[in-house]
Design a protein around this ligand. Structure first.
Ligand code: KG4
Ligand code: ZN
Length: 362
């Protein structure tokens, strides 16, 4: 296996769910320069079914990935011969979908004798903030809000991820998707609710903020629960006969969006202040939400915290964030993965270092 002493150009593949994505990135004097990236979204196809159909997702990844790799290499001005390492998301996600990206990446790595890095999808999201013009310095607290996860993660050093809060039921993105379906909006629900909410009155409906009780009394201060909110929305929707009324729909969307945003921002800031963490980071698909971005920045500032948001284009799934995670690991000499590393639909972020161990954990 060829290990360059100076590994600086990485090709990365992301296929954990319903986006096939490829990117090429180079490290230039410590700066990450994105040379090209592409995303082939399958959203339209899945929206017919109201959510992601795993079998369709795998098939589409298989069909588009070879062309995407070729296109991105051409656009980046690189050839496979000028790539120094290959990365792919290996966990968590849909097993069949992950397998397509991982097998493609490992085949290229073996064929061209390049190091392979299996990346944890959530570490990819965490690394998306490194793509901003002003990336944060460690330590920081990350609010990771996506379709599958809502977590508060303390990062003291790269690779050492410590979870301080989580959702006990639905992830925030999942709540957006389910409530959108109640309102008759398309999948994915987040952008659809955000658009509708623009003209709505966010104070019209009072909705629950979902607290998680402790057995010994009180609440977990940094945890989330969105299932009660979803039920409250169902009740509201059922109580109206005129759901096709544009104003009513917009007010429902705005009230829902507002309560989710308030809960996310309030608990994140409380956690940062309690733990004396001065820098806040926000990543993941829901972090593209404009109301959430504004409230997190405004309230973060008002509380004396530095706030760093992943660029909106790199909040939802993409391969640039997988490149960034791989480059950061290579820069820090944290090692490459075994070429035999498989995929795992579930794997905790805290164990992401094990993806670089031999023998491979899965
Ligand atoms: O990070 P992501 O692309 O995939 C996962 O890893 O889950 O996140 C997708 C989620 C979906 O639930 C989608 O509805 C939500 O992010 N989302 C948004 C917005 N854009 C995407 N939620 C609220 N507002 C948005 N603008
Ligand atoms: Zn994701």
């Amino acid at each position: 296996m060829r290990y360059n002493t100076k590994i600086n150009t990485v090709l990365a593949l992301e296929t954990s769910c319903d986006e096939s994505a490829v990117a090429v990135m180079r490290s230039e004097e410590g700066r990450m320069v994105l040379l090209a990236h592409k995303i082939a979204s399958q959203v339209e196809e899945h929206s017919k079914w109201g959510g992601v159909v795993p079998e369709i997702a795998s098939r589409r990844h298989l069909e588009v990935l070879p062309f995407l790799v070729q296109d991105v290499l051409t656009e980046s001005g690189c050839s496979i011969k000028t790539i120094d390492a290959i990365a792919a998301t290996v966990a968590p996600g849909l097993a069949g979908a992950l397998l397509i990206g991982s097998v493609t990446a490992r085949t290229l790595a073996r064929l061209h004798k390049l190091p392979f890095l299996g990346i944890h999808h959530l570490e990819g999201h965490l690394s998306s903030v490194l793509l901003s013009d002003n990336p944060p310095k460690l330590p920081y607290l990350v609010l990771l809000v996506s379709g599958g996860h809502t977590e508060l993660i303390e990062v003291k050093e790269y690779g050492a991820f410590h979870r301080l809060g989580r959702s006990h039921d639905d992830a925030a993105g999942e709540a957006f998707d389910k409530v959108a379906r109640l309102l008759g909006l398309p999948y994915p629900g987040g952008p659809a609710i955000e658009k509708l909410a623009e003209t709505g009155d966010s104070s019209r409906f009072s909705l629950p903020k979902g607290r998680v009780s402790r057995k010994e009394g009180g609440f977990y201060p940094y945890d989330f629960s969105f299932s009660g909110l979803k039920t409250a929305m169902l009740r509201k929707v059922q109580s109206f006969d005129d759901l096709d009324n544009k104003h009513l729909l917009a007010d429902l969307a705005a009230s829902f969006e507002n309560v989710v945003v308030e809960v996310l921002v309030q608990r994140t800031i409380r956690c940062a202040l309690d733990k004396n963490i001065e820098s806040l980071v926000m990543v993941g698909g829901v972090a593209a939400n404009k109301r959430l971005r504004k409230m997190m920045s405004d309230l973060g500032k008002a509380n004396g915290l530095k706030t760093y948001l992943a660029p909106s284009t790199f909040c939802t799934d993409n391969a640039a964030m997988i490149c960034a995670a791989a480059l950061r690991r290579l820069e820090l000499n944290l090692g490459a993965s075994s070429i035999d590393l498989g995929v795992s639909p579930r794997w905790p972020l805290e164990k992401s270092d094990s993806l670089y161990c031999s023998p491979a954990p899965f």
